[in-house]
Design a protein around this ligand. Sequence first.
Ligand code: ASP
Length: 442
Amino acid sequence: MIKVVKFGGSSLASGESFAKVKKIIDADPSRAIVVVSAPGKRFSGDMKVTDLLYLLQAHIKFNAPFDDIFDKIKERYIEIKNSCGLKQDLDYEFDVIASGLNKKTSVDHIVSRGEYLNARLMAEYLGYTFVDSASWLVFNYNGKVNFEKSYENLASIVEHTPHIVIPGFYGAMPDGSIKTFSRGGSDITGAIAAAAINADMYENWTDVSGIMTADPRIVDNPRPIENVTFAELRELSYMGAEVLHEETVFPVRQKSIPLYIKNTNDMNARGTLIMEKFDDEEENKNVHFITGISGKKHYSIITIAKNRMNDEVGYIRRALEVFERSGISIEHIPSSIDSFSVVVATSAIENNLHELISALNEAIAPDSIKIANDISLIAIVGRKLAANIGIAGKIFTSLGENNINIRMIEQGADEINIIIGVDDKDFKKAIRVLYNLSEVEE
Ligand code: ASP
C-alpha cells in the first residue's frame, strides 16, 4: 500500500500545524509521498504566503520598496523552523531567492518559492527526501502538463527514494523555467504524483472533515458526505461546492485511484471518499438518497414562445445560434411544445440584453420573449436518485409546503441530479429545506 498525501496551506500555516502533519504521517507508514502547499492563514485576517509572494512580485515590478514584505515571508518560515527545531539554512535559501529577484523575474518563479521552502522544511521534519517539482513535473510548450514524461520522471525517482516530500503548485517548462498552475494548484500536483506512481490512494488533507452535504454557511453543521462518485462531485462543484481544484480529478480518475478528503485537525474523522463507483456492500451502507446539494444565485430565464414551434424544424437551433454568436454560455434549456427557456448567468446578458433580444427577434420571430431575473439554480445530486421512485415528488412537496415557488425543473439525462430554479430570495431557505429532506433515510 502506498499513499500520496497532500496538505493544503491551512494545514501547514505554522509550526503547530507542522506537528499535526507529522503525527498523521507517523500514524501510517504507507503515507510515503507528501505534497505540500505554501503556508496558509493562521487566523482570520492573516495572509497566505502565496498572496505575500504575489504582492512581493508586484512591488518589484513597479519599483516599490519590498523589504518589509520579504521579511514578513521570511518570518513565516523562521517560525516554523524554530518551532519544529529544524536545521535548514534559511538564510542561505533566502539569499538565493533575493539574489534572483529583479524586474524580469517571472511571477511564476517568485510565487513557487512558497511551496518550495515549505517542502524543504517538511522534508527535514519528517526525515524524508526533498524532491523539487521542477525536476519531474514538466509542461509542454503549450503550457499543458506533459503527463507521460512527468509520470515517468517521478516513478523512477520513487523507485530509489521511496519517502519524499514534493512542493505542490509548480513544475518546469521545457527550457527549465518555472511554471505554476492556477491558484489552489497543489491539489493537481498531488493527483499527478498519485497517478505517476499508481498510488493506492490519494489523500487530500485540508481543514474540514470532508465535503459537506450542503454549504455550511447556509446549513448549520451539515453532515459530511461519506462516499461520492467523481460524476456526482462534478455536478456539485459545477454548481458551486468548493472542494478541489477542478483539474485534480482527471489523473486520479483515469487511473481509478480512490481520493479521500481528510481533516488535518481531526485526523481520525473518516472524511469523504471519492471514487468512480462503490461496491454493493458500501452502497448498502449508504442510507441517504441525496448525496449533496449545491447551488448558485443570479441566473436569468429567457422564455421564448411561438405558436406551433414544434412544426418548425431547426427553430431552437436558430435561437441557440444567436446565443453562440453573442458568446453566451447556456446552462439549461427546459422546453415545452410551443415554448422553450434558456437559462443563463445574468452576468452574461446584462450588458447586451437589448442586442440579444433584437437578434432573437430577427432570427426566429417569436410570439413573445419573457425574461425572469434573480433566479437561483440548485442541484440536488445523488447516484441513488434514479433508483428511488417518488424522489422528485418529495422534493417538490417539501418545497411547496415551505412556500417556495419552483421556477424551473430539470433532470440530468443520467439521473444523478435534479436542478431546480427558485427566486434568489428563496435560495437559502430552499437549500435548508432540501438539506432536511436529505437527512431522511430511504
Ligand atoms: N499556494 C498556492 C495557492 O495559494 C497553491 C495551493 O495552495 O494549492 O493558491
